[in-house]
Design a protein around this ligand. Structure first.
Ligand code: ATP
Ligand code: MG
Length: 216
């Protein structure tokens, strides 16, 4: 069964007299354990789709089914619950708590999701962040913050991962390390993954690619 099923998705942003139609009827299915890369030029709707799939953006028409449930009618609490327990989100603005260290952030994330799986230091080390567990988010770089956000998602053991430009702010060597860990983890857990990227090497490692810029 598909973990994510989208049929006829329509989305237009309206601000005053201006409107931008991002999706005019998008269809998509993602099966258990599969990975999908959203590709396409800047402005083609990659981030919009990820935001819709975690309830941070609305849509106009169409049907979205997540984990077997139609999302139409999900209120803010239902979406917040999904993001806490089932949908791991790694976006550009890594959502770390500023007053907690990286290790504390990871521990909190796991607790909120009801897992208290592994040692935070272990997740940090796997992503090349050994020794940074006691630092606060504003004491590390943007790429390090984003990797800490990925460690938080691993620790919460979600049923779906959404990532926006996971390697966008990383050098080639670190990007490869992060992708290796990501796909190893994803294969182990059979966790479905949707990521948006301009990095074609990363996109090619996914099971499927969807080009939002060139005809759907
Ligand atoms: N809040 C908003 N209000 C109006 N238009 C928006 C809004 N957010 C995005 N858009 C427009 O919707 C389109 C899709 O934007 P989106 O951010 O999804 O693109 P993207 O594929 O993620 O681009 P990038 O590769 O640059 O991150 C763009 O034309 C953008 O200008
Ligand atoms: Mg984007």
């Amino acid at each position: 069964m598909a973990v994510v099923a989208i049929e006829g998705l329509q989305k237009t942003y309206r601000s005053g007299p201006d409107s931008v139609t991002v999706f005019g009827g998008l269809d998509l299915q993602l099966g258990a354990g599969k990975s999908l890369a959203l590709v396409g030029p800047s402005g083609s709707g990659k981030s919009t789709l990820l935001n819709i799939l975690c309830g941070l953006e609305s849509f106009d028409r169409g049907e979205i089914v997540l984990f077997g449930d139609r999302v139409t009618g999900f209120g803010p609490d239902a979406w917040a619950g999904l993001r806490r327990q089932r949908i791991g989100v790694v976006f550009q603005e890594a959502n770390l708590m500023p007053a907690m260290t990286l290790a504390e952030n990871i521990r909190l994330r796991a607790e909120l999701a009801g897992t208290n799986s592994a040692d935070p230091q272990d997740w940090l080390a796997r992503l090349g962040l050994e020794g940074l567990g006691q630092r606060y988010p504003d004491q590390v770089s943007g790429g390090q913050r984003q990797r800490a956000a990925l460690a938080m998602v691993f620790a919460m053991a979600p049923g779906l991962i959404l990532m926006d430009e996971p390697t966008g702010s990383l050098d080639r060597h670190t990007a490869t390390l992060v992708a290796d860990e990501l796909f190893r983890w994803q294969a182990e857990r059979q966790c479905p993954l949707i990521l948006a990227t301009h990095d074609l090497a990363l996109a090619e490692r996914c099971d499927h690619q969807l080009d939002l810029g060139g005809g759907q």
